[in-house]
Design a protein around this ligand. Structure first.
Ligand SMILES: Nc1ncnc2c1ncn2[C@@H]1O[C@H](COP(=O)(O)OP(=O)(O)OP(=O)(O)O)[C@@H](O)[C@H]1O
Ligand SMILES: [Mg+2]
Length: 276
């Protein structure tokens, strides 16, 4: 036994447990599922904000999460992004990345991008600079502010500008953009970081109707390439996304299906839609 251990210590090709990185370098989507949450439970002082939650998101899927205030929607996003550690359950990004063993920074670099309700763009920088800064904050890319962008990076920024519809405003300071445009710029900042899964919490709060329509279009365009999970209370907006809907209630999935199924589900009407 000791001999064997000694031999393995002397063997330079031997891989010790501590040498295996927590973060697999590539997202493995071979089973078609980008996010697995199973049996997730989060307690705050004995109160279960998330209670045995199961959620599966397919690669390229657009999914809406709805539910009453306090249902656990934001806490669920906190678990996915590593901000809150659950008391129980498992969380996987693709087949191989165990989110519960990764730090917030590792999760972001691995390709999960989060957009908070309040836009957090750099107001004194132009639209282009915001995208450039976002690109360089991805630790896989050499800081670009001190070096010129490669043509590949420029192309990627152009592509993202097209998707978010801000190519005409590329030289404008972000501070002068409308509320909606700032939200789209922030989505663009996640896209240049090559986020594969985007978590978007209440994107249309404070938007005009026109901006809401444009946001729905934008999120629908992303689906297929990226996976997008949207939390929203505005039912007109949720309807316009034409995506599957998951209803959370008391930290648990109450119902899942098309908006039409959900609207006709008496349990959902009782706990949520009755008031909307
Ligand atoms: N850090 C915390 N400490 C204690 N309780 C918390 C904490 N974060 C959330 N909670 C509680 O957990 C429950 C779920 O909150 P969460 O913010 O996830 O709900 P939500 O579905 O996002 O609601 P809303 O629609 O209002 O945004 C609430 O009862 C909330 O008060
Ligand atoms: Mg919330």
């Amino acid at each position: 036994m000791i001999k064997q251990t000694l031999r393995s210590m002397l063997d330079r090709t031997h891989v010790y447990d501590f040498m295996i990185p927590n973060v697999a370098d590539e997202l493995d989507l071979s089973h078609g599922t980008i996010l697995y949450l199973e049996g997730i439970t989060v307690s705050f002082d004995g109160f279960k904000a998330i209670d045995d939650l199961n959620l599966y998101i397919d690669a390229g899927e657009l999914r809406c999460i709805i539910g009453p205030n306090g249902a656990g929607k934001t806490t669920m996003m906190d678990v996915i992004t590593g901000k809150t550690r659950p008391d129980a359950g498992s969380a996987w990004f693709g087949q191989r990345m165990n989110l519960l063993r990764m730090s917030e920074a590792e999760i972001a670099v691995a390709g999960i991008g989060r957009k908070f309700q309040k836009p957090t763009v750099f107001e004194n920088h132009t639209v282009f600079e915001n995208l450039e800064l976002a690109m360089s904050s991805n630790k896989n890319v050499f800081p670009t502010l001190f070096a010129s962008l490669s043509s590949e990076q420029c192309d990627h920024i152009d592509e993202v500008l097209e998707i978010i519809g801000l190519n005409e405003r590329v030289k404008k300071e972000a501070g002068v953009l409308s509320h909606g445009q700032k939200q789209w710029l922030e989505i663009g900042m996640l896209l240049v970081q090559k986020a594969e899964l985007l978590l978007v919490d209440e994107p249309v709060a404070g938007m005009t109707h026109q901006e809401m329509d444009r946001t729905a279009e934008l999120l629908k365009t992303l689906a297929g390439k990226q996976s997008v999970v949207v939390v929203e209370h505005d039912m007109d907006f949720v309807r316009s996304l034409e995506s599957p809907v998951t209803v959370l209630h008391q930290g648990h999935v109450l119902a899942e299906g098309s908006m039409e199924d959900i609207q006709n589900d008496q349990r959902v009407i009782d706990v949520y839609l009755g008031g909307h």
